[in-house]
Design a binder for this molecule. Sequence first.
Ligand SMILES: C[S@@+](CC[C@H](N)C(=O)[O-])C[C@H]1O[C@@H](n2cnc3c(N)ncnc32)[C@H](O)[C@@H]1O
Length: 278
Amino acid sequence: MKTKHMVVIGDAFKMAELDDESIQLVVTSPPYFNVKDYGTENIGSIDSYASYLKSLRQVFEECYRVLAKGRYACINISDIISDRRKYPLHAHCISILQRCGFKYVDNIIWKKPSGRKNGNCSGALKRFGLLIQHPYPMYYYPNNVYEFILVFRKGDFDYKTLTHDVKEDSKINIRYAKLHWNTDIWEMMPETRKGHPAMFPEQLPEALIRLYTYKGEAVLDPFLGSGTTCAVAKRLDRSSVGYEINEAYLDLIKRKTGYHEDPHSFEIIIKKPRGEMI
Ligand SMILES: C[S@@+](CC[C@H](N)C(=O)[O-])C[C@H]1O[C@@H](n2cnc3c(N)ncnc32)[C@H](O)[C@@H]1O
C-alpha cells in the first residue's frame, strides 16, 4: 500500500502543517525532564519543572486538535529521578492530557527484563545497592525496571464507519495478542542500538499501531527522535508524521525510515526555530 510520510524538523508547539482531526493515532515518548541531553535546546532542557509541564501541555493540546474523533493517543513515559528527587511525571501527564480534553483509558506497564538498563535514569538499576550496603530498615529503594504507556482517547468512535474489507485488511493475530498483549503488563527489551539517547524499541509503536489503527491511516509522533514511529508506521502500511526539534537526528531518521530507498513517499520540512520555513 502506498503511504505518505512527513518529517518536520522544528518544534511541535504549533503543528501548522496538520489540519484539525487529520490524524488517527498519536504515539510518542516525550523528552524527559532535565535528565537526557538531546543535543539542542528543547523541552527536556527546561530548568523549571512547572515550565516543562506547561510546554508538554502545549504540545498535547496540538495533538488533541489534530487527532480525529474517537481516536487514541499513547504516551510512553516514566517517572524520573533528578537531583535525588523523584518526579511523578506519569501522574502529571495524565492530569495534563485530561485537561486537554482526552479521556484516560489505560495504563500499560512496559516491563523490562530485570537487570536491563532503564532508558531514562542512569541510577535506576543501582538503587537496591543501598540496601546491600546497609541491610537495615529504611534503606530500601527498589531498582526501576518499568515505564508507562498511558492510553487516552478523544471522545467516542462510530464503529459503523468501518467497512468489512477495511476491518479484515487490518485484522489482529489473536494468537500473538494472547501471548503478548492480554494484560496491561507488556514485556519488551529496551532498544540497544546507538545514535539517539532515548529510543523506544520498534515493538512498542508496532503494538500500538496494530492495536489502534487500520491500514492507510495516519500516525503522529510529535517527539520523533530517531524516527522509530515513522519507520514502523511505514512498514505496517500506515502513513506518518513526525516532529523533531533537533536537525542533527535527520540523517538517522532518513536511514531508519528507509527514506533513501523511497524518497517520493516522504516530505521533509525544515523550519527555523520560530516556525519560519527555510
Ligand atoms: C524521548 S525522545 C524520543 C525518542 C523516539 N521515541 C525514538 O524512538 O527515537 C524525545 C525527542 O523529543 C525531541 N524534542 C524535544 N523538544 C521538542 C519539541 N519542542 N518539538 C519537537 N521535538 C522535541 C528531542 O530532541 C528528542 O529527540
